[in-house]
Design a protein around this ligand. Structure first.
Ligand code: GUN
Length: 292
């Protein structure tokens, strides 16, 4: 069994982007600039946004953080996004999800200019992705693609079982892995909460991508010997021995599943850090598009 070290790969990717920034500045180009919008005080969202801002600093991007209380109106958020669209210096915009229930996330997402939508959540980018056209890929699926690519994991003709059909992970990764590309050319089965015989389906998988949001959901008895397991889960479980009072657990029962795998991602240190690197890649791409 080999660990897929997302933390290390994320650092490598961020170093590569950092070099690109240095080269761009040496050519007299503008420093890439990411704007993040954070609403309310959801602790997980605060952590994610802080990590994104810190990654910008490490790479040499400018960053702007706009914070709003959870009382903010939808209209105020849409106006803030439109101002970021109109701001010539800003290359990429992300609105951290989830938003409070009185706000329609779709309306806010659709207010972002597709050219600055570095999260790849705008319907224009999703539509372009589905058609195989150039687009910003959503960060988590893009991170998984880079992980498979950098570890040279064979995907052609493999049976990939995706667990979870969210717009952010399960649905886009199933589309990306079924395309005629590398990584890709998989036969993909997209499973979800209503799927019957999930264990039997997983037992036929060469690659499993677990994105269901339930700790230890995927069991050792579901795994074929030699399978590749990508665990997208970042579940907070109570742990009184930790200062924070919780620890992170994936969607996969790592302890019992890992001995059966050829490759597996740990949690933490697997897919999570790659989502940050993917967002930075998209922001670099957005910035470079000014000059092409
Ligand atoms: N919430 C969960 N994942 C993401 C993500 O990739 N981007 C944003 N903006 N919000 C999220």
């Amino acid at each position: 069994m080999q660990l897929l070290d997302g933390k290390q790969l994320s650092l490598t990717l961020q170093n590569e982007i950092g070099l690109e920034v240095k080269e761009a500045i040496a050519l007299g180009r503008k420093r890439p600039h990411l704007a993040a919008v954070l609403v309310g005080n959801n602790p997980a969202s605060e952590t994610y946004v802080n990590s994104k801002i810190k990654a910008c600093e490490n790479i040499g991007f400018r960053s702007t953080l706009l914070q709003f209380t959870d009382q903010v109106s939808q209209q105020e958020l849409v106006v803030a996004v439109q101002q970021l669209n109109d701001n010539e210096d800003i290359d990429g915009i992300l609105v951290q999800l989830p938003l409070p229930s009185h706000i329609d996330e779709e309306k806010v997402t659709e207010a972002i200019s597709p050219a600055k939508d570095v999260d790849g959540f705008h319907p224009v980018n999703i539509g372009r992705m589905v058609k195989g056209l150039a687009s910003f890929l959503p960060a988590t699926p893009y991170g998984i693609i880079m992980l498979l690519e950098r570890y040279k994991i064979a995907t052609e003709g493999k049976h990939c079982v995706v667990i979870g059909r969210s717009n952010i992970v399960g649905t886009p990764v199933s589309i990306l892995l079924s395309r005629n590309t590398y990584p890709g050319n998989c036969t993909v089965t997209l499973t979800h909460s209503k799927t019957k015989h999930l264990k039997d389906i997983c037992l036929q998988a060469d690659i499993i991508i677990a994105a269901i949001g339930k700790p230890d959901f995927v069991k050792a008895e579901w795994i074929r010997e030699g399978a590749v397991v990508i665990d997208v889960g970042i579940n907070r479980v109570v742990d009184a021995s930790k200062k924070s009072g919780y620890r992170l657990k994936g969607d996969v029962d790592f302890e019992n599943v890992s001995p059966k795998c050829s490759f597996i991602t740990p949690v933490p240190g697997g897919v999570g850090p790659l989502t940050i690197a993917a967002l930075m890649k998209n922001t670099m791409t957005a910035s470079k598009s000014r000059y092409s």
